[in-house]
Design a protein around this ligand. Structure first.
Ligand code: PRP
Length: 211
C-alpha cells in the first residue's frame, strides 16, 4: 500500500532525509538540486511531496499525505487534529517573546500590547492563558523589525542561535516553549494503513534514539 510523506522544504529537509535514510528509505533523489516536487522511493512504495513548512499540516490533515515532518511551532500554529507520533530531536529552537525590556514593562502596561509574529494563533493562546489582551500583527518574516520600527511592542518568534535578536538589539523577555521537528500522522491513515505506517513510525523512533 502506497504511503505519502510530506517534507518541509528548507532548513529541516536535509535532516529529515538523513533520518529516513537511516530507516532504509531512499531519499537520494530528493537531496540534489532538483525543482521536482514529487519523488518516489519505489522499493518501499513511498511517495514524497516537498511543500512549504506551513503547508505540511494541511496536506496531512486532508489525508493527501499520510504523514509529515515539520517543526512543532508550525504544528501548534496550524492547530489541526493530527497525531504527533515522534519528537525527531533536531531543529531545536525556542519560541520566545522578545523586545526592549528597558523601554517599558510590557507585562504591566495598561494599553494593549502589540505583538508582531508569524504565529498569531500561538500568540493569541499564549496571552489568553495569561489573561492579557493583545493585538497580534501578522508578519511573514524579519519579525524583529516590528519593535525596531515601532510597528509592535514585542515579537513572538523562534530563536535558535540568538544571533538575529542580538544583532538587532532585542532581548528575550519570556520563554513560550521549546520547539523541534516532529512526525505528524493523519488520524485515518494511522488506522487504515496501520500495517505500513506503524512499522515505519517505530523505525523512525529507533533512528532518533540511536542518533
Ligand atoms: C527565523 C526567526 C528568526 C531567526 C532566529 O527566521 O524568525 O528571525 O530565524 O534564528 P537565530 O536565533 O539563529 O538568529 P528565518 O531565518 O526563518 O527567516 P525569516 O525572518 O525570513 O522568517
Amino acid at each position: 500500500m502506497q504511503m505519502t510523506i510530506a517534507l518541509a522544504k528548507g532548513r529541516l529537509a536535509e535532516k529529515a532525509m538523513e533520518i529516513l535514510e537511516k530507516c532504509g528509505i531512499e531519499c537520494r533523489e530528493m537531496s540534489g538540486n532538483s525543482r521536482k516536487l514529487i519523488f518516489y522511493d519505489k522499493k518501499n512504495d513511498i511517495r514524497f511531496i516537498m511543500v512549504k513548512p506551513t503547508d505540511v499540516p494541511t496536506y496531512v490533515d486532508h489525508g493527501v499525505a499520510d504523514m509529515g515532518i515539520v517543526g512543532k511551532d508550525t504544528l501548534m500554529e496550524a492547530g489541526l487534529p493530527l497525531y504527533e507520533m515522534a519528537d525527531l530531536k533536531y531543529g531545536k529552537c525556542r519560541l520566545v517573546v522578545a523586545g526592549y525590556p528597558s523601554k517599558k514593562d510590557n507585562s504591566l502596561t495598561t494599553s494593549i500590547l502589540r505583538v508582531a509574529t508569524k504565529y498569531p494563533e500561538i500568540a493569541k493562546k499564549y496571552y489568553a492563558a495569561k489573561g492579557a489582551s493583545v493585538e497580534c500583527i501578522k508578519l511573514s518574516g524579519s519579525v524583529e523589525l516590528g519593535p525596531m520600527l515601532g510597528l509592535s511592542d514585542v515579537i513572538l518568534d523562534i530563536v535558535e542561535s540568538g544571533r538575529t535578536l542580538n544583532e538587532n538589539g532585542l532581548k528575550i523577555m519570556e520563554e513560550v516553549c521549546d520547539v523541534s521537528a516532529r512526525l505528524a500522522v493523519n488520524r485515518s491513515s494511522l488506522k487504515i494503513k496501520a500495517g505500513v505506517i506503524q512499522p515505519l513510525i517505530e523505525r523512525i523512533q529507533c533512528a532518533v534514539e540511536d542518533s
